[in-house]
Design a protein around this ligand. Sequence first.
Ligand code: DAT
Ligand code: MG
Length: 165
Amino acid sequence: MTQQTLVLIKPDGLKKSLTGNVLTRLSETKLDIVAAKIVKVSRELAEKHYAALKDKPFYGDLIKYIMGEYHKKKVMALVYWGEDAINNVRKICGSTNPEEADPVSIRGAYGRITTKGVYENVIHASTNAQEAEREIKLWFQPDEVIVDLYPTKIIKEKIERRAWA
Ligand code: DAT
Ligand code: MG
């Protein structure tokens, strides 16, 4: 089945210059990258992304981590698209806990747990189609994705925005 999945290279991955290594590993999947950008993660975006984990004891540190407070304040966000995209990407990422992840997976090779207990596991990937839809819609606008993944509508709005001077 053709699917789409959200991938984030987290701030530890960017700080450690792992972007190339991670993208090379993901290219093994033969999936298509259909959206990509560098994002400075706001608290609002971080909290929406990890909303399901807000009652966990590690939630506060997780928000700080994804916002880049322990590394660089940036994340690389991508959408991968193709056959069985969700599981194919998750397989290469490895388990959530980087100490338990297969050593040849991305998390096993590059992740660590800090002495404070923060899982610095380098990469995020959606776990199922419902999560992928929620996450892709949270991180990307329709026009930032080069294929039509979900239904869209045209809205007219008067907004103030920053433009090149
Ligand atoms: P995944 O990222 O593998 O989908 P998840 O959605 O359960 O895992 O959790 C999101 C992130 O939260 C995960 O990448 C790292 C962090 N996390 C999960 N369990 C944790 C734990 N027990 N201690 C510290 N951080 C944890
Ligand atoms: Mg998850």
